[in-house]
Design a protein around this ligand. Sequence first.
Ligand code: F6R
Length: 617
Amino acid sequence: MCGIIGYIGPKQVTPLLLEALRRLEYRGYDSAGVAVLSEPVTGEAPRELQVVRCRGKLSELEGQLAEGAPVGHVGIGHTRWATHGRPSDENAHPHRFRSVAVVHNGIIENYLLLKRSLSDRGHTFSSETDTEIIAHLIWEELAQVEPGPDRLLLATRRALKLVEGAYAVVVLCTDTPDEIVCAKSASPLVVGLGDGENLIASDVPALLPHTRRVIFLEEGDLAQLTRSRVRVVGLDGIERQRPVRQITWSLLAAEKDGYKHFMLKEIHEQPRAVTDTLRGRLLHSPPSALLDGFEIDPTQVRRLFILACGTSYHASLVGKYLIESLARIPVEVDLASEFRYRDPIVKPGDLVVAVSQSGETADTLAAIREAQKKGAQVFSIANVLDSSIPRASSHSLYTHAGPEIGVASTKAFTTQLIALALLALHLGRRSGNLSEEAAADFVHELTALPAKLSQVLHTAEQLQQLARTYGHARDMLYLGRGPQFPIALEGALKLKEISYIHAEGFAAGEMKHGPIALIDEGMPVLVLAPHDGGYEKVLSNLSEVKARGGRVIAITTEGDRSLTALADHVVEVPAVHPLLAPVITVVPLQLFAYYVADFKGTDVDQPRNLAKSVTVE
Ligand code: F6R
């Protein structure tokens, strides 16, 4: 949940750490801090740890550092999203015990036990965090290890053997000033390989100004970084070879690109993101889809589950419509957080599809592990390369949305829809339930989507106007039918998470069973009414709302003649295959939420209480 950076090399480290933390702030932002090893004043003078940390966003830390920043060439930094211990100066990382400073992302499950036994041995603590105990444990182990080149590595390894839970940890020690040691279990860490310098970070954007050559650490890896070398070993101390990868994202792709917020930039990136996700995966003759080498024989699939959380769950609900319509295979969609705790009936022969932008969501990861334990095969749809969920799956299809930094997911959602459409097409053809003609039409429609997405972005100005009109609303309803129902859920989620307006999504047919009681002049209702099989029924639902004084914004297909008389506002979107219409109709909802939040002046990219990847339960 937190952002981590470590550097060793010739550059002045404090400004470098701050710049990296700025790129990682989307991972958490309730406090931040740095620890820097001082330079020796005279030859043999001992090094000192200079730690500066405080509650609040990075700008608070920058303010403190403006009054005097630590000078040095080796350092670590952290931006936090609280798990153990409220956001405060004392709980901000780095945590230090005597010669050792650590930053940590994750949760140490047995920390109370460890803390108690450390207390029994005379240790006292200065924070409420689980992280602090790691510094204490490493310090204790250091005392047991003979001086030598691998002393910090060995002490960290021994300390982490005592620890249960999730961690990405980076360690600095005054006794071993020419190295940084880090370790990974369940939380991400990426090594950046430089020229006479090396870095470690929880995510790639922090590394891009310095290098494009990276190593993704794997489960149980520890790495020792000096200026000139990176060594990876396991918790057993055995050397591990990890491939060096070349990152092709442009630095610009990880920045705002001139937009006011990352979210707006990412909404506008959707035509490109969809193009990239389709690239090389569509077959025209005979029409079908490739899943990056994964071949599914539907006759061998006993049952098909899709598991995800939040926005990815909404994409998965659309996936059910896609797969059931095109392949006629029943699909069960589950919230990962529910699935894992209900002793699900999963057996060998079942296929579980995990959908996740970050690839790090703890609930989704735990749910697939549960499914694997019961013998299911797991296929994942993820955006972040080599993240934990794809690594835990037998096959993955990456969404190629590029880094998504705005906490509210947008381009990841539309590219997940594309990945699920590819899966449905693949299954449809292999099950024999999708005719060649229908598949060719679907391929044609998929190919046309990026241009239609560019077109629907032209509604931005209209949505900005509507946001000004309805930005003061206290509550809002979103209605949709069929594959538009999950879009109603997604539109409501977008609005509440960034504008803090209470919003609910409903299946339009459910209105009369209760929610219609909410309708009055103060309740704006957004109705998804593209021209599909549910259109006529949605028109009746819309009339029911109007009859009770509700104000209606309708999203419909261009050229519609019926809605102008019924709705207060009509937003027209390009005509598209009904099963792909969610890719298009969600865009005005994203724009509406964005402009309402911008109008209200909320923190669009970092809404309160939320973090980009939820790596805790
Ligand atoms: C909402 C949002 C979250 C995520 C959810 C799952 O805008 O982004 O609801 O969709 O936390 O995250 P991933 O997709 O990374 O597993």
